[in-house]
Design a protein around this ligand. Structure first.
Ligand SMILES: Cc1cc2nc3c(=O)[nH]c(=O)nc-3n(C[C@H](O)[C@H](O)[C@H](O)COP(=O)(O)O)c2cc1C
Ligand code: SF4
Ligand code: SF4
Length: 245
């Protein structure tokens, strides 16, 4: 079984590819009504995005509750550039046999623009090759640690990540422009179930994973996060998958 969490689709795509290549099944930990017990205990995969050089809260919570299986356990994080020491931290809880990072298009438009098309396409091509290698290694039970940690990895994961979790996940900067048509898609799709429709407009509660799904998926591009996201292109994985065929 491959358990995944994904805000904007990269980790879902990676989990689905891994399932296809390893002959496994995958399950979204935030969308499944009930998390199915693994029918096959021989291997467990964990796939998720990197948030500020750390593991997203829903995946950490899930792993803490997950019953340890005797089989092969591996983790794959998707990231725009580097993962810091996130996989080491996860491994201390999950006891990973193998850890990987997979560089994919960056969705953190609070910090910077999305990747240009050429960069995004070459990241997809490299990620697909890497997923094939990972699948081979998982099938052969090869234990490895192939993680792009980046510079100042300890500092980023032990200092910046706690700061991000404590201060940066506030919902206060969220607002909608007049373009909002009141369709309710953002409220329906929020994995933290924090968005409520009030008088035809979304209102944010306190809890937020900062997955940015609401911002990227809004069909009217009406959701902004302070000034940072104004004028920035949204990331839609489907556009790239369609181009790849
Ligand atoms: C809140 C937030 C923080 C992020 N921090 C990092 C980071 O520390 N390093 C990095 O390389 N990418 C970072 N990213 C980019 C994502 O990890 C990357 O785009 C990932 O593939 C998104 O996966 P998803 O589509 O499954 O949500 C961040 C994205 C978000 C939303
Ligand atoms: S998804 Fe966008 S358009 Fe639809 S309700 Fe939310 S903010 Fe408004
Ligand atoms: S409010 Fe938006 S960014 Fe926060 S968890 Fe929900 S969808 Fe993700």
């Amino acid at each position: 079984m491959i358990y995944y969490f994904s805000g904007t689709g990269n980790s879902r795509w990676a989990a689905e590819k891994l399932a296809e290549y390893t002959g496994d099944v995958c399950c979204s930990i935030s969308e499944a009504k009930e998390i199915p017990e693994s029918a096959d205990d021989r291997q467990t995969g964990l796939v998720f995005p990197i948030y500020a050089w750390g593991v997203p809260e829903p995946m950490l919570d899930f792993v803490k509750r997950l019953e340890r299986k005797a089989g092969f356990t591996y983790g794959v994080c998707t990231c725009g550039a580097d993962a810091g020491k996130a996989m080491k931290k996860l491994s201390r809880i999950a006891g990973l046999d193998s850890s990987y990072s997979l560089v994919m298009p960056n969705n953190y438009i609070i910090g910077s623009d999305v990747d240009d098309e050429k960069t995004a396409c070459s990241k997809f091509a490299a990620a697909e090759r890497e997923l094939k290698s990972i699948s081979e290694e998982v099938r052969e039970r090869i234990r490895t640690y192939r993680v792009q940690e980046g510079s100042f990895a300890v500092l980023k994961s032990s200092l910046i990540n706690p700061g991000f979790n404590r201060f940066a996940r506030t919902t206060k900067p969220f607002y909608v422009t007049d373009a909002c048509c009141g369709c309710g898609w953002c409220a329906e799709r929020c994995p933290a179930e924090t968005i409520r429709m009030t008088d035809g407009k979304p209102v944010w509660g306190k809890k937020c994973f900062q997955c940015l799904r609401c911002i990227h998926e809004c069909p009217q591009e009406a959701i902004q996060y302070g000034k940072e996201t104004e004028g920035r292109k949204r990331y839609r994985i489907e556009e790239y998958l369609q181009k790849r065929g």
